[in-house]
Design a protein around this ligand. Structure first.
Ligand SMILES: *Cc1c(COP(=O)(O)O)cnc(C)c1O
Length: 376
């Protein structure tokens, strides 16, 4: 909660549910990350929050952008980003979208398969391409399993093929999963990528860039290491494995840039119990899984709540959303507690909801409008 958001909620009391995001905090986070990793070029992961005020502030700060779709490429361009500062980082792209991005001047693309590489060779000829390798996601509270990336042997062959197809085999990338709380995840991934740099050099391919992906965590219910600890671990591993022949370093933070810049303001719709003596109260809010809190799936991301009664006696709760779907239960197993005085009509705040919330809201499931957004 920033003072600006607090002030806005008090003076405006905007209709709930809504996200209020302090764009100055986005700038602070960007600068903190620059200080922690001065040698890295920041490509903001647009999918975390693609709102125009966020993108244009970052353009002003000299950020580059990691786009997941042609629509996000267009959003970056509309916010004033130069096409040479946009990387089309999704390894799964329609060929028409590749061509559209190429026509708008984008020249950096990710891939992790031969099929995608051939699309790039046809529709983005001569572009810089980087191969995403599979790395462990251990330590990530929002892991990505094996959906993206390929094994080292395959990456090696594909980088050689990229050159043969007339593309520029520019770099290697990985992503250690989102809300990654272990600095060692980056160290292990860097070691893996460094081996491939050496193999490729021996094969005559000079790789010039390493993309360390995103994952840098935000504080939700539990403490996480400071960003400086990630910077130190990452630079230590880079120096250990590359010596003073450091390649260009790219990072793709999403959550870290916008997560703690935003707060969802919500209303308690109902407080009830399932039996007279049941100690657990059910607290239903006017926002749930379908209103944008998708990352509560599996209770993976554990948001904290602020109520008007904080500091008074608390009791156990199950927290749920307003729709007629049982999966719209946010926290049942994570031992949440809220003040006993919480009652329907109360306004409550869900903290650090600036990332991966607005765009996850459904289109009128049960008739509810997508989440309102205020950028201040
Ligand atoms: C989602 C994503 C990111 C951003 O991840 P955060 O955890 O939000 O920092 C970065 N790179 C890639 C490839 C991604 O898919």
């Amino acid at each position: 909660m920033t003072p600006k958001i607090d002030q806005f909620l008090r003076s405006e009391a905007p209709a709930t549910p809504c996200l209020v995001l302090d764009v100055d905090r986005v700038e602070e986070n960007f600068r903190r990350l620059q200080v922690a990793m001065p040698l890295a070029r920041i490509y903001y992961a647009v999918k975390a929050n693609p709102a125009e005020p966020v993108l244009s502030r970052l353009v002003g700060l000299g950020s580059s952008f990691d786009a997941a779709s042609f629509e996000e490429v267009e959003a970056c361009l509309a916010a004033g980003a130069a096409p040479e500062h946009i990387s089309y980082g999704n390894t799964i792209k329609k060929e028409a979208a590749i061509k559209a991005a190429f026509d708008r001047g984008v020249r950096m693309f990710a891939f992790d398969s031969e099929g995608e590489l051939r699309k790039l060779a046809r529709s983005a000829p001569g572009s810089r391409v980087y191969c995403r390798i599979l790395v462990g996601n251990d330590g990530a509270e929002w892991p990505l399993s094996r959906k993206f990336g390929c094994e080292l042997d395959m990456a090696r062959d594909l980088m050689i093929l990229a050159a043969e197809l007339g593309l520029d085999p520019f770099g290697l990338s990985f992503h250690v999963g989102s809300q990654q709380i272990k600095t060692t995840a980056y160290e292990a991934a860097i070691a893996k990528a460094a081996m491939l740099f050496t193999d490729l050099r021996d094969a005559g391919v000079q790789v010039r860039m390493i993309n360390l992906g995103g994952g840098y965590p935000v504080r939700y219910r539990s403490e996480v290491p400071e960003i400086d600890a990630f910077g130190a671990a990452i630079m230590g591993a880079m120096t250990e494995h590359f010596g003073n022949a450091l390649p260009d370093i790219v990072i793709e933070p999403g959550r870290f840039i916008v997560g703690d810049a935003g707060v969802v303001s919500a209303e308690v719709v109902l407080v009830s119990r399932k039996g007279e003596d049941d100690p657990v109260r059910w607290v239903y809010l006017d926002i749930g899984r379908f209103g944008g809190l998708a990352e509560t799936e599996g209770e993976a991301i554990k948001y904290t709540f602020r109520t008007p009664h904080d500091g008074s006696e608390e009791g156990p709760v199950t927290i749920a959303g307003p729709t007629c779907d049982s999966t719209d239960t946010l926290y049942e197993k994570s031992n949440y507690r809220l003040p006993l005085q919480v009652e329907s009509g109360d306004r409550i705040e869900i903290m650090s909801t600036g990332a991966y919330v607005t765009t996850y809201a459904s289109q009128r499931f049960n008739g509810f409008a997508p989440l309102a957004e205020h950028y201040i």
